[in-house]
Design a protein around this ligand. Structure first.
Ligand SMILES: [Zn+2]
Length: 449
């Protein structure tokens, strides 16, 4: 057993068994022991005492659009992973679209990996993409280490990543189920969207009417039926419509392998407060009404919703043009997800243990990374976010590290200051400033390549 090199001590260590005063011992980048608060520090080991600042497992964000290569003026691996490190995230999984090429073949995956490798400040992995005509690429991508496959049922917003029609969806899911893979779905029904009024313009109410809850609800019903029939694993991305929660909960009770995520913006921002023309709030599906938000929180509290991930999907500032019909849809929150969610969670009586379950352990499990990431427990990577939970700050876009400092959270006062972030036993950010580039490329557990 390697000698302990680092001991983290805190009055609040968030472990799978609850939050307690403890010391966390680290050797060769892994946690070896979570011991008593006053455990002796082995000779030669460095002691870092965080006082009352909480020690959380580093966050795992399984929904990030890095856009690199190809649209790196929107975002890139260096800027995205610096922002993530500053925000307490230690692992991200990149979405297969908005980069050029998209991650739809193994050759494209290699291009993405070569682009990310020299830039990664945190551990970085990849989702593959399922598009019309690439069924034959899915198994090779799975074997090459992607964590699963993303598809759309309605237009994605970029022409190189078309949606799957009903027959294509069934053949992709049949193939994926055949090797025990996971399909992750942007679930909005194209007919429902086509039937909704598409007025465009600066009024948020018009935009909301153009992406009705029924589009999500119908798409999710269809996915549940298909997952049940094909005995396949399906994950619903960025759930916004709380109306779908009863169907999701029912399917899970009967044993359908269905999981679901929601996002910080659906939990903390409400349609009623979006100013007209404020297209930094545009995303698809959209931010809905306050009553819907309350219901999403109930879905988190009762365990129907598995995880909370950013869906960080930035663009250049000029593409947020004030017209909800034409502006790029996507909210940038990589650096702010933890304080945004924690601020609202504490107000609603939730604990840091809950937030860690939703933003660290839950996404790690979704990606099959449990046992490696997402918990302060022996055998896990020594990835930590050190958080001052009671401290507040006001969001200043100039202090964000993602490439285009546009954010729907500008000017908000949030609870929870990320003091430091550690990756495999090394500090990678301190006081909101990224320190070093220590990220590695990661692959699905059990990948052969
Ligand atoms: Zn997305």
């Amino acid at each position: 057993m390697p000698g302990v090199q680092l001991v983290l001590r805190s009055s609040r260590v968030v472990t799978p068994e609850g939050t307690r005063a403890a010391t966390v011992s680290v050797a060769d980048g892994r946690i070896t022991e979570v011991g008593p608060y006053d455990a002796p520090v082995p000779p030669g080991a460095r002691l870092v005492d965080t006082g009352d600042d909480a020690v959380l497992p580093g966050l795992v964000d399984t929904h990030v659009h890095v856009n690199d290569p190809g649209r790196s003026e929107w975002e890139g691996f260096a800027s995205a992973t610096r922002a993530a490190a500053a925000g307490g995230i230690t692992t991200l999984i990149d979405m297969p679209l908005n980069s050029l090429p998209p991650t739809t073949t193994t050759a494209h995956l290699r291009t993405k990996q070569e682009t990310a490798r020299p830039q990664a400040h945190i551990d970085t992995g990849f989702w593959g993409g399922a598009i019309p005509g690439n069924v034959g690429e899915l198994r090779p991508l799975h074997e090459a280490g992607v964590f699963g496959f993303k598809c759309f049922l309605s237009p994605s917003g970029v022409e190189e990543f078309p949606q799957l029609g009903p027959r294509e969806l069934e053949s992709a899911l049949t193939e994926i189920a055949g090797f025990g893979g996971l399909l992750i779905v942007h679930a909005e029904d194209p007919q429902r969207l086509a039937a909704a009024p598409q007025k465009g313009g600066p009024a948020y109410a018009d935009f909301l009417a153009s992406r009705p809850r029924a589009a999500e609800n119908d798409a999710i019903d269809r996915l549940i039926a298909l997952a049940r029939r094909l005995e396949a694993r399906v994950h619903v991305l960025h759930l916004s419509s709380a109306d779908a929660l009863p169907a999701i909960a029912g399917a899970r009770r009967e044993g359908v392998a269905l999981t679901v995520e929601t996002c910080p913006h659906f939990l903390t921002l409400a349609a009623e407060e979006v100013p007209d023309g404020a297209t930094e709030f545009k995303c698809c599906p959209p931010i809905r009404e306050r009553a819907n938000q309350d219901a999403l929180w109930r879905g988190l509290a009762d365990g129907t919703v598995d995880c909370v991930v950013s869906d960080h999907s930035p663009c250049t500032a000029d593409l947020k043009d004030g017209d909800f019909g034409t502006a790029w849809g996507g909210i940038s929150s990589l650096q702010l997800g933890l304080p945004a969610v924690w601020s609202e969670a504490r107000r609603r009586g939730h604990t840091l243990d809950d937030v860690v379950r939703w933003m660290s352990f839950g996404p790690a499990r979704l990606a099959g990374l449990e046992g490696r990431k997402g918990a302060v427990a022996p055998g896990h990577d020594a990835d930590f976010a050190v958080l001052a939970p009671e401290e507040t700050f006001t969001v200043d876009p100039a202090r964000l590290h993602h490439r285009n400092p546009v954010t729907a959270y500008a000017g908000r006062t949030l609870h929870g200051v990320v003091r430091a972030t550690w990756l495999r036993g090394q500090p990678i950010a301190e006081g909101g400033r990224p320190l070093r580039q220590a990220g590695r490329l990661i692959e699905r557990t059990g990948a052969s390549a």
